[in-house]
Design a protein around this ligand. Structure first.
Ligand code: NAP
Ligand code: 3JN
Length: 341
């Protein structure tokens, strides 16, 4: 099993390499790819070192699986090339997610969608990912009419440069030094909250991140009739996205039954004892692969609505872990190799 990791020097790519190692993915060889800037760099992996390769003509040959996290432009050009050369691509970018023939898959939610792949499988956006893991057991039990979500997203979702920007600004503010001008975000992120994640396109009142959450959720759950309203905010947190979710169900659902449903669902940990200060926290979810849920309570304004707080490590379950889980499922189901198409 030869595995390519494209974007291996980035925040997501490095996490993919760690997750492959931790989960002992059955790879005979892993080849890290990045831009020309990083070619030749060495990365420690499984007690040895891997040499970073540039994406040049012919690089796509000879792989069974390719895990991509180098952005939409790279995925647009190179994912089809790797797929044509025989690999199954698991792509972390938004480039292929909404294409009708590309499955958009979360391991605990719709693994059966992998069966129809034609060489490219899409990994959802991190904010969508942790939300649908929690919505799925509720949908199956009582149906869902509408979801209203507000996110509190960590800077690691924007990549390595954003992590450095938050560090630099925080250090400068604490030392009462002059602040370097923001270069990644449109405003200072340290000690601030930005009601903008990604960009506003073509006069749209919603950001591209909010549109992704609304569209991807319906595709993954296979339900066009679920209303989704999203507001995405960036907060000065390094790891883990937090979400406040209001779910309007079709049939009544008590908080107690909801806790039971979620506690027995795969990939979810319920942490819900608020009177003793126990609820999901970004710092506790960091480094973990599960989705954490707490503050499950009735919405006093509607008899079929519940509120909850959902937290997950955006680089792990939100990106790398799900990508590796999908690779594992593809291997287990015999869906790797051109014979599987
Ligand atoms: P990052 O830290 O900036 O890393 C970007 C990676 O892509 C680096 O390895 C970089 O290599 C590589 N790269 C850039 N241009 C390239 C090119 N022309 N050819 C080959 N490699 C190139 O970003 P990140 O946070 O890891 O995110 C990377 C991508 O993953 C995002 O753009 C997004 O599409 C996706 N992502 C998905 C989620 C999700 O929600 N599932 C979350 C975050 C990110 P160098 O080091 O050589 O520049
Ligand atoms: O901002 C976040 O917290 C998540 C960011 C995801 C992201 C960042 C840059 C480009 C994506 C994504 O996965 O949707 C993309 C993209 O591929 O469009």
């Amino acid at each position: 099993m030869r595995v390519a990791v494209v974007g291996a020097t980035g925040a997501v790519g490095r996490t993919i390499l760690s997750v492959l190692e931790e989960r002992e993915f059955p790879a005979s060889e892993v080849v890290p790819f990045a831009s020309e800037r990083s070619a030749g760099r060495e990365i420690a992996w499984r007690g040895g070192t891997l040499r970073v390769e540039p994406l040049v003509d012919g690089a796509e040959e000879g792989f069974d699986i390719a895990l991509f996290s180098a952005g939409s432009a790279v995925s647009g050009e190179w994912a089809p090339r790797f797929a044509r050369a025989g690999a199954v691509v698991v792509d972390n970018s938004s480039r292929w997610r909404m294409e009708p023939e590309v499955p958009l898959v979360v391991a605990e939610v719709n693994p059966e969608a992998l069966d129809d792949h034609r060489g490219i499988v899409a990994n959802p956006n991190c904010s969508t990912m942790q939300m649908v893991v929690v919505l799925k057991p509720i949908l199956d039990a009582v149906g869902i009419e509408r979801v209203v979500v507000s996110t509190y997203q960590a800077v690691s979702g924007t990549g390595q440069r954003a992590i450095e920007e938050l560090h630099r600004q925080t250090e400068a503010l604490i030392a009462a030094q002059e602040l370097p001008p923001p270069s990644v975000y449109p405003h200072r992120i340290a000690f601030n909250v930005l009601p903008q994640v990604e960009t506003f396109k073509d006069g749209d009142d919603y950001t591209t991140e909010e549109r992704k959450m609304m569209n991807e959720t319906r595709k993954i759950l296979g339900r066009d009739d679920i209303g989704v309203s999203a507001t995405c905010a960036r907060v000065p947190v390094f790891s883990s996205h937090s979400e406040s979710i209001n779910v309007q169900t079709r049939e009544p659902l008590s908080p107690e039954r909801c806790r039971e449903l979620l506690a027995s669902a795969p990939g979810i940990v319920v942490v819900d004892d608020p009177h003793n200060g126990r609820y999901p926290l970004a710092i506790d979810a960091a480094g973990r692969d599960e989705v954490f849920v707490g503050r499950i309570r009735r919405d006093p304004s509607h008899e079929r609505c519940l509120n909850m707080w959902v937290v997950a490590d955006n680089l792990r379950k939100g990106a790398a872990t799900n990508a590796v889980q999908l690779a594992e499922l593809l291997v287990e189901r015999g869906l790797v190799g051109s014979a599987a198409r």
